[in-house]
Design a protein around this ligand. Sequence first.
Ligand code: 5GP
Length: 184
Amino acid sequence: MQAGKLIVITGPSGVGKGTLVKKLLLTHSELYLSISATTRSPRSHEEHGKDYYFLTKEEFQQMIKNNSLLEWAQYTENYYGTPRIPVEARLKQGQNVLLEIEVLGAGQIKANFPNSSTVFILPPSLEELERRLQARGTETPEVIASRMEKAREEIASSDSFDFKICNEDLEVTVEDLEKIIFQS
Ligand code: 5GP
């Protein structure tokens, strides 16, 4: 059986990666979205095992030690990583797998899975990105400031990814992603 395709969606926090991925899954339920592990605290609407596996720092470190993560990175003050077993199992079964992760992790995936497709989602502008982060209403002004600082660094590295898409109009961006996933 042919192995599934690994598609990595990356880009700055607030650019709309999560919304894009949810929209894709509504019409393509055959795709598998990896559930990440994180040491960040859950937001009010988030559920353990659905949005993330919310772990303590010790539990996360144990996963690193056991080689249970396909990639991991520290993002601002928290750790985030992709559990290895579910992703490898799906790929082996021929299912296409989506990862929605930050840029350092995306780089690790590309290095280890050269056949993966990495897609960097750009905001129309930094001002618009800040506006989206503020509109989300889930982060304090300090956290927004550190995410904006990180966003500048991340955008500077966007040329190292296979595809770049500007997320101006959600519907158009979803169509662009569909072309990458199903035609490339
Ligand atoms: P948030 O705290 O807003 O949920 O996520 C912060 C950043 O971490 C986002 O850019 C998100 O895409 C990224 N992220 C989520 N899961 C993972 C993961 O498993 N690995 C890596 N490297 N980044 C992740």
